[in-house]
Design a protein around this ligand. Structure first.
Ligand code: AMP
Length: 593
């Protein structure tokens, strides 16, 4: 991008954030006048396009409400104009869901351009802060394409990122600007893909100026992957031969073009990797790196401290906030610390409304915004320009892609304004109990999984009396830990040494839970993005002590319910110090066909 191009993009950002009110009004007007006759809106507006009527008559909905319309379109039972007039070019596959299958979000040619424009805006901000790095080096980004799903209508459903990787403009710049060859990004085996992308990143270490991936957990997994495999990687570099277990023909072809024997580089990397502490290893392996480009906010904030350790002071840049439903916001201060990042909303992509959350968000010791409650104050929504700093809201979008007053499921806290456009910190997902990567698991998901698994104890005369869960990210990949307190149905045998428990049965309980968790969890397990679920059996009485702890911290005894998920360190210690046995799921969960 030429210097004056990036300046004009940033000028445009100033203009849209200044004229936010007019842009929003105009956008809603356009969406309504185009789509008022669709079957969906017709049912509420009877062909009218009045904005007040829109807010009065059109209900606030979740994905479940529009799913029947989307399913009709995807199954070829109805034309897409039941939802929107603009023709569809496909669907986005969204993972932003707790439980259930990924969502299908309609995409039009125009909405695909909006996503590309977000990338351009981010790039312009990076040029402003770091100069045009594309002139001096390459990006070592761990990128993974997912296979498209062909719906019966013939329309394809693909992840937003995969769609971007398939763009001819991306493919044209890939060899010049990225270290990962196209074949490695599209390799269906995540392990082979990771290995090769890291290998090629190491070979081109002197050219690398940016390291990254979409989300921080993936960057961390990449570093840990090198920690576990550097000897093999170095041996490949030394001999110029790729390991035999890399069987993917695309990866092997890419290696045959790039990999040449380079003992000098291999020795240098071996020296670097064999050092005692891996603090700052990223800087040592890729000495010209200027920043780590990866989302470190929201669910990813938990990985920022470890990432900082490995990256030795390199800025961690969370560039933007986007979802399959739309390009929502951009970080105009890319050098701010992950815990301080505020995103600036883009007023020209979708029409926003904000549902105020009843109680305020609080900030914990790590400056991470926590939500006290997710109940809404009322169903009166607030327009973009009228939100109040300090208040938490749930985001609703009305988009040119057929979403009307649609709950994205994210909670944000308004921190201020840039020109006339609000800025916010990402707080979290609505109704999420556990998440160790980008997956979201709700309390209902955990409840269901435990209910299925505990039935396996029955024939052995055992009862599950209490349980809770915890997302353990102390090692990579993270995993789910479920604490169980078990007692025999009869007798006084309190089973406190855990010997009575048959490991086979307990392992089956772990697997049963995994089998009953949602699609995204099972897919992540298969791809080793999440490690095996663990049951930690605790001594009898441990949950009684947990109750004492919560009550002494102000919980009302009469209203006390064991939390389905615990986050506090103290609560965790109470259970962890009373663990009598640990069991892990021995297999990957059953996948859907
Ligand atoms: P998907 O629909 O699968 O693309 O997932 C989008 C979801 O990822 C959003 O709704 C957010 O919950 C989360 N997300 C995206 N960008 C960010 C960000 N910058 N910080 C925190 N969470 C994010």
């Amino acid at each position: 991008m030429a210097t004056n191009d990036y300046e004009s993009v940033l000028k445009m950002l100033e203009e849209i954030t200044t004229n936010a009110r007019q842009i929003q009004e105009q956008l809603l007007g356009e969406i309504l006048s185009k789509n008022a006759e669709t079957e969906y809106l017709q049912g509420f507006l009877h062909g009218q396009t009045d904005k007040q009527l829109f807010k009065k008559n059109v209900p606030i909905v979740t994905y479940d409400h529009i799913k029947p319309y989307i399913d009709r379109i995807a199954n070829g039972k109805a034309s897409s104009d039941i939802l929107l007039v603009e023709p569809l070019i496909g669907f986005s596959l969204s993972s932003g869901t707790s439980g259930g299958q990924p969502k299908l979000i309609p995409i039009t040619a125009e909405s695909a351009n909006v996503t590309a424009a977000l990338g351009n805006l981010h790039l312009s901000l990076m040029i402003k802060h770091f100069g045009d790095l594309s002139q001096v080096g390459k990006r070592m980004e761990l990128l993974f394409a997912k296979p498209d799903v062909e719906t019966p209508s013939g329309l394809k459903a693909s992840a937003v990122t995969t769609r971007a990787f398939k763009e001819s403009s991306f493919q044209a710049i890939l060899p010049k600007l990225y270290t990962s060859p196209y074949e490695t990004i599209f390799c269906p085996d995540t392990k082979q893909s990771t290995y090769c992308q890291l290998l090629f990143g190491l070979i081109q270490r002197d050219e690398v100026v940016v390291i990254g991936s979409i989300f921080a957990a993936t960057v961390l997994r990449g570093i840990k992957f090198i920690e576990n495999n550097w000897r093999e990687l170095c041996s490949n570099i030394k001999t110029g031969k790729i390991s035999d277990w890399i069987t993917d023909s695309g990866c092997r072809k890419a290696a045959s073009l790039i990999l040449k024997p380079n003992p000098k580089l291999a020795d240098l990397l071996e020296d670097t990797c064999s050092c005692k502490s891996w603090e700052g290893i990223v800087r040592k392996l890729w000495p010209k790196t200027k920043y780590i480009g990866t989302v470190c906010t929201g669910a990813m904030l938990q990985f920022s401290a470890e990432l900082e350790f490995y990256c030795g002071g390199l800025p961690l840049v969370s560039g933007f906030y986007a979802c399959s439903e739309g390009a929502i916001a951009i970080n105009i201060e890319p050098l701010s610390k992950p815990s301080d990042v505020s995103y600036t909303i883009l007023p020209n992509t979708v029409y926003y409304e904000f549902l105020p959350i009843k109680e305020d968000c609080v900030t914990d010791s790590q400056n991470q915004v926590q939500l006290n409650t997710s109940r809404h104050k009322d169903t009166e929504t607030v327009d973009l320009v009228n939100v109040k700093p300090g208040q938490c809201y749930e985001i609703l979008v009305t988009s040119p892609t057929g979403l009307y007053r649609y709950r994205v499921g994210d909670i944000i806290k308004v921190t201020g304004f840039h020109n006339n456009t609000p800025q916010f910190q990402f707080v979290g997902r609505q109704n999420v109990a556990l998440g160790v990567d980008m997956e979201r698991t709700s309390e209902a998901d955990i409840l269901k999984a435990v209910a299925e698994a505990k039935a396996l104890l029955d024939p052995f005369g055992l009862i599950l009396t209490e349980y809770t869960s915890y997302g353990d990210t102390s090692s990579t990949p993270g995993h789910y830990v479920i604490f169980w307190e078990i007692k025999p149905k009869e007798g006084n045998n309190n089973n406190d040494n855990g010997k009575e428990l048959d490991p086979k049965v307990m392992e089956e309980c772990c697997s049963k839970m995994e089998d009953s968790l949602h699609f995204t969890y099972r897919m992540y397990r298969k791809e080793n993005i999440i490690a095996a679920l663990e049951i930690r059996v605790v001594k009898q009485g441990a949950f009684e002590l947990l109750l004492d702890y919560f009550v002494s911290n102000g919980a009302s005894l009469s209203q006390y319910k064991t939390p389905i998920c615990i986050k506090s360190k103290e609560a965790l210690n109470i259970l962890d110090s009373r663990v009598i046995a640990k069991f892990f799921s021995p297999r990957t969960p059953i996948q859907d066909n």
